[in-house]
Design a protein around this ligand. Sequence first.
Ligand code: ATP
Length: 376
Amino acid sequence: MTTMTTDNSGDVRLSGISKTYDNGFTAVQPLDLVVPQGSFFALLGASGCGKTTTLRMIAGLEEPSSGTVHLGDQDVTHLPPYKRPVNTVFQSYALFPHLDIFENVAFGLRRRGIKSVKKQVEEMLDLVQLGEQARKKPHQLSGGQQQRVAVARALINHPKVLLLDEPLGALDLKLRRQMQLELKRIQTEVGITFVHVTHDQEEAMTMADTVAVMNAGRVEQLGSPADLYENPQTTFVANFLGTSNLIEAEVDTKNGDDIVLKAGGGKLVLPGARCSAPATAGGKVLVGIRPEKISLTHADDAGSIPEGRNRLTGKIADASFIGVSTQYVIDSPVCDELAVYVQNVERDGRLVPGADVVLHWSPAHTFGLDAAQDID
Ligand code: ATP
């Protein structure tokens, strides 16, 4: 009889984990988080929100003030870093300058007393596409190549989980974009769990299957990049991931699964399933709509707008041509400075500052947030 076993040794499970530093400052509030084996998981948030502290508690570099850390079924909360099946890549590559690339990667194996390292090191250098550079010194490589050496060195001992703390932070934008795809490819190839800390929302969304958005020591929302972008649950998430227009509106009635809201004398429709606020008649809701989901029609052509779209009137305050699209700022009776991005293939030459326009969009793209929150 064969027994099917599921390897969960690369699961990371944080239960009630928190960190209060000696000075009394709580950097991480009690946090529950499960990172499934083999996923590319990003901790995303502004500087100081507690993402590095969380990562360091997984690594064993920081003792949690409460809670437990499990890797697979093993409780590692009190294990020192070197006894955990994890490794960390830092922003500063921390390569040994006097050793060549081969020896930098071989270091972890040699430290464990392994003599025949050639095959493993070569495999690892091939994985990060540096097979040709083996005999160079770190200073002879570009920043991106050095970071790939750091990744190879961290993977050589086959950790179950690779932790990455702003690993691309020192690279210029173009190299950063290349390395994001490169790290994603490496993760797919090795198939182990990656937990990646970044403050760059585009980076998190490019690389990760699942993103935890952190704010003030808490996870505000967890989900796939598309889910976080399409269905933000808080104003912080709505504003941290891309640009959101948030319009204050009053709940009028329910119409089947839809919520009908009053805004500036007009009506807006919001699917009930996309509203994270309690929507009671007379209550306030923030209606959210992404700039690229809005169409702009000159007021003279308002009659051509199909039925069933949410609409607002406004006046163009500013228009910036940025190649593929034009970014408009619209003043409207319900909200100043609404952002609207229009693809230039669809651009109407009359849409210039001062023009009266109608903004319209599908109710399906609308989301609703609790108006009692602060708008960050
Ligand atoms: P960054 O990207 O700037 O590193 P972060 O989100 O990773 O930000 P952490 O490094 O986890 O944030 O720090 C969270 C908060 O804890 C910050 O306000 C920081 O000043 C504070 N902090 C970090 N280490 C210590 C420490 N050893 N003692 C006291 N406070 C600390």
